[in-house]
Design a protein around this ligand. Structure first.
Ligand code: ADP
Ligand code: ZN
Length: 758
């Protein structure tokens, strides 16, 4: 027998190897294997097994990794689709479907040594005192981990080995599984009685799950399935509900339905929402009862070993539910009944390096392949998903109200242009917001302030000669960090000292100025205006250690903090009943970015941040400070008018043929020499134009310098392609990428359905 293997090194080719007799029966499609490749030993995945090969003199497979196939045929199929659609080498796609810890063999099972008492044969020997003491403990416990025994008896392994020599005990290595949540105590919960809106949503979701089931059963009976059941009219749902409307409860009960059908579920959440509380809610519901199962968790904060063990709990079928970030979409749950993508609009679902897949879109594809129902949830769905509902591809489910019938917060837009006085720039706090904070402090209520920019000032300028401190590696100005007394680049991390005078040799002006406001400066001004207030800042600069996040939020929850100030870190999923005021310092910041999604992003961010206010008994209030107060993204967010915003945004996108009215492929060329990059981009454009005449319906724009022309010392030029038939375009692009001749130091990245145009 021979095996076809996709190697981990990107060659866009598969190679045949022979299966040695010793490994027969262990090698199957999806097995991870080690094979010789030239002088090296390389890891790969078996993609096919056959009787014979067209090649002679095959080298043998050296080793099989793992006791079972690691890539299931279904996941293999999904990986192939990713390679094709996202235009990357198949081995790159394959690599991403297994966690690093599972792929590499070294972070395998943790073996622990156990000591076990053996039956005493004949007369019990007379032991030295120390050995007798150790024996007494072993005899009582019969079996215990060696480490624990040493700890208990304050002895060394050598003493225990002596007992082993006397055949009184045996020491064996056993696998002991790591459990990242072992320290949490989890109390079981029961399903809540759903409210009418939840009931409608749940009924539609479970009905679709039953349809899928019927289809399967009928096929097993050998009957023909009506085509509507083969492809249920829509087994993808968009669950639109404000925060606190009970979406999670719907997810939980839908998962219950999947378990009752004997199937499993995958729950995707953005990394940042993967808090212990979220995980606990899922674990708690399925920790007891008839449908009890393990809930595996996959995210980047686990150790390699923990990730390895969690993954194998899924592969073994002991965990039928997995909750995780982006890459959990590849978890080998089988059979799969349900996929949930919470906060589906989140851009973090898109991987920014090859394979540049979008986990939401992969989820929909996997759902179709495995006949699983997909539920996308959000308070602020992406325009793409909303449009899919209008087209009838997805079914829209609405949870229009909060479970506790709380009103939506009252949003006031403050026109910051009115606050600008002669000769002075605008203040950070409008009089209205200042007054509102004062009231909260007096009443003992809490405030959240939001500004999506860390540091003190965003630039250092010389008013005399016009000098601006810029990063030497990137085309951005350096941000001033006051506490650390440094200028730093938020793109590449470059740091430098703050100059005392203007560095221009001819200028040397001592009166250099800082401009633009970051969270550090807001914090400083805040403590000046409200000296008694207890203020905490939460951004990438203050959240350095793993438990910082937990601690700051914990303090805020119990009322040790009056005002929480932060970047987008505080925008998501936090529930604080005593917060009655939210202030957005500079709402139009995201509007002025050169990205067709700027309006959508602003609307989503404002809605999410505003949703933090008024979760208790008091109605919340939100102040939105803006210099373009009449921008639709701000006005529709003020009125909580989701449909209004989406409808007008759709019009704008349709006029300009942007997604969802087209799909985009962004080609970025980068290199250290700008002229070469530019030249290569022109060359690529000509090649594309030649090829694309065959493909109708593709528009090409560019090449143009990327919005951020230089990053980490690389110049970047972009070409944007738009089409309504992306699969056909991807195929063409893949062929081109293989044959395109570029200078050695210029690289091309293809991003299908990009979310970041920077
Ligand atoms: P979302 O996921 O939309 O933010 P959650 O599911 O977290 O909403 O619900 C918000 C709160 O309301 C939670 O504390 C949840 O336990 C509670 N809740 C949800 N559904 C119900 C219900 N039907 N009856 C009572 N409480 C509910
Ligand atoms: Zn830089």
């Amino acid at each position: 027998m021979i095996a076809r293997v996709s190697l981990e090194i990107a060659l866009r080719k598969e190679f045949d190897y022979s299966i040695p007799a010793a490994l027969a029966g262990q090698v199957d499609v999806g097995s991870r294997v080690q094979v010789p490749f030239g002088p090296r030993k390389i890891l790969g995945v078996v993609t096919a097994v056959a009787e014979e090969s067209g090649h002679a003199n095959l080298k043998p497979i050296l080793k099989v990794i793992g006791a079972q196939t690691l890539v299931t045929p279904k996941v293999l199929k999904l990986a192939r689709w990713i390679g094709e659609y996202y235009c990357c080498a198949p081995e790159t796609a394959l690599k991403s479907v297994l966690p690093e810890a599972v792929r590499k063999e070294d972070a395998g099972w943790r073996e622990r040594l156990y000591v076990r008492a053996l039956p005493v044969v004949g007369e019990f020997p007379k032991l030295p005192k120390r050995q007798q003491e150790v024996w007494n403990v072993i005899e009582e416990r019969r079996e215990l981990p060696l480490a624990e025994l040493l700890e208990l008896t304050q002895t060394t392994a050598a003493t225990v080995r002596k007992l082993e020599d006397r055949r009184l005990v045996e020491i064996t290595a056993e696998i002991s599984e790591r459990d990242p949540y072992a320290k949490e105590t989890i109390l079981a919960t029961l399903p809540l009685v759903v409210n009418p809106a939840q009931a409608v949503a749940l009924a539609k979701i479970t009905a679709a799950m039953d349809d899928g089931e019927d289809g399967r059963l009928k096929m097993e009976d050998g009957q023909r399935r009506p085509s509507t059941i083969l492809h249920p009219p829509s087994s993808t749902f968009l669950l639109h509900g404000v925060t606190g409307s009970g979406k999670t409860e719907v997810y939980l009960q839908a998962i219950e339905h999947a378990l009752a059908q004997g199937k499993g579920a995958i729950v995707l959440v953005p990394e940042i929402s993967l808090t212990p509380q979220t995980v606990e809610r899922f674990k708690a519901r399925f920790s007891s009862g008839k449908l009890q199962t393990l809930v595996a968790v996959l995210h980047s904060h686990l150790s390699a070993g923990e990730r390895h063990d969690e993954w194998h709990k899924i592969r073994d079928g002991r965990a039928r539910i997995v909750i995780g970030a982006r890459s959990a979409i590849f978890a080998p749950v089988e059979p799969l009944g349900l996929i949930i993508v919470d906060e589906e609009h989140e851009h973090s679902y898109k991987q920014e390096e090859a394979p540049r897949y979008h986990a939401r879109d992969v989820a929909i594809m996997r759902g179709q392949m495995e006949n699983a129902v997909v539920v996308l949830g959000s308070a602020t769905p992406s325009l793409e998903s909303y449009a899919n509902c209008k087209k009838g591809k997805f079914t829209l489910l609405d949870l229009p109200e909060r479970v506790d019938n709380q009103k939506m917060p009252h949003v006031r837009v403050v026109d910051m242009r009115q606050t600008v006085r002669d000769g002075k720039g605008p203040p950070i706090f409008s009089p209205q917001l200042k007054e509102a904070i004062t009231q909260r402090l007096e009443r003992g209520e809490q405030t959240i302030l939001f500004l999506n920019r860390r540091g003190y000032s965003t630039s250092l300028q010389c008013p005399k000669c016009g000098y601006v401190a810029e990063c030497p590696n990137c085309s951005v100005s350096l941000t001033y960090h006051r506490t650390e007394q440094k200028l730093s680049c938020h793109i590449c991390g470059h740091n430098e000292k703050v100059p005392a005078v203007c560095p221009e040799p001819k200028c040397k002006n001592p009166a250099i100025r800082f401009a633009g406001t970051g969270t550090q400066k807001v914090e400083e001004v805040l403590t000046k205006i409200f000296p008694k207030a207890r203020v905490k800042r939460m951004d990438a600069d203050t959240m350095k250690r793993k438990d910082d996040y937990r601690r700051v939020l914990g303090d805020f929850r119990v009322g040790k903090t009056d005002i929480l100030l932060g970047t987008q870190m505080i925008a998501k999923g936090l529930h604080f009943p005593n917060v009655t005021l939210v202030g957005i310092i500079y709402a139009d910041m995201a509007l002025h970015q050169p990205d067709f999604r700027a309006g959508e992003r602003t609307f989503q961010l404002l809605t999410q941040v505003a949703g933090r206010a008024g979760r208790g008994d008091v109605e919340g209030e939100v102040f939105v400070q803006a210099f373009t107060p009449f921008h639709p993204a701000i006005q529709f967010a003020r009125r909580h008018d989701f449909v209004g915003f989406y409808e007008q945004e759709l019009e704008f996108r349709e006029q300009l043929k942007y997604p969802p009215f087209s799909r985009v492929a962004l080609l970025t060329l980068k290199g250290r020499n700008e002229e070469k990059v530019k030249f290569s981009a022109e060359h690529l454009k000509r090649e594309l134009e030649k090829k694309l005449t065959e493909l109708k319906d593709v528009t090409l724009a560019g090449p143009a310098p990327a919005p951020l022309l230089r990053a980490e010392n690389f110049y970047r030029y972009q070409i944007m392609l738009r089409t309504r038939a992306m699969s056909a375009l991807s195929r063409e692009l893949a062929k081109m990428v293989e044959t395109l001749l570029l200078p050695d130091d210029v690289t091309l990245a293809v991003d299908i359905d990009p979310v970041d145009l920077g």
